[in-house]
Design a protein. Structure first.
Length: 154
């Protein structure tokens, strides 16, 4: 496992207990900003618009897809650019923002998706946890974990 992957796992391991137990109050402006970023990520995924996605994701981002596959930013962006990930619809619901620190926040939400990944149907419902860090004054997606809520799909 690469050092950046270990760093991401450590960040999520630290962020979750802090969010769950400390319930750090999120500044309303920060909450609004992070919810907008999630909506912008969703819009860029469904277009697809790799140029719009690129600056919203940290270079050292680590993502785990609902089937358990781990991806770097480069691997994720390649899936967008090649059309391996085709997301026709991505409806976000039940979004919550929790602060882990002044420069780290966790966003959780459900999505209802329609699309395919490498030719396989991925339509269904998913629960997501995204970790954002603030670097140079900008919030960036640094880690993401998706879980299928579909009984018949991973």
């Amino acid at each position: 496992m690469k050092l950046t992957q270990l760093t991401m796992i450590a960040a999520v391991s630290v962020a979750l207990p802090l969010c769950a137990y400390a319930q750090t109050k999120v500044n309303p402006e920060t909450e609004k900003e992070l919810m907008k970023i999630e909506q912008d990520l969703s819009a860029a995924l469904t277009k697809p618009d790799a140029a719009a996605l690129e600056p919203m994701i940290a270079e050292d981002a680590y993502m785990v897809t609902p089937d358990g596959t781990a991806q770097t930013k480069a691997e994720f962006m390649a899936d967008i650019k090649t059309g391996a990930l085709e997301l026709e619809a991505n409806k976000l619901e039940d979004m919550r923002v929790n602060a882990a620190a002044a420069d780290m926040a966790v966003v959780t939400y459900r999505s209802t998706d329609k699309g395919s990944y490498k030719g396989k149907d991925i339509a269904g419902k998913y629960r997501w946890m995204d970790v954002f860090v603030k670097r140079n004054g900008r919030w960036l997606l640094i880690a993401s974990q998706g879980t299928s809520m579909n009984a018949d799909k991973p």
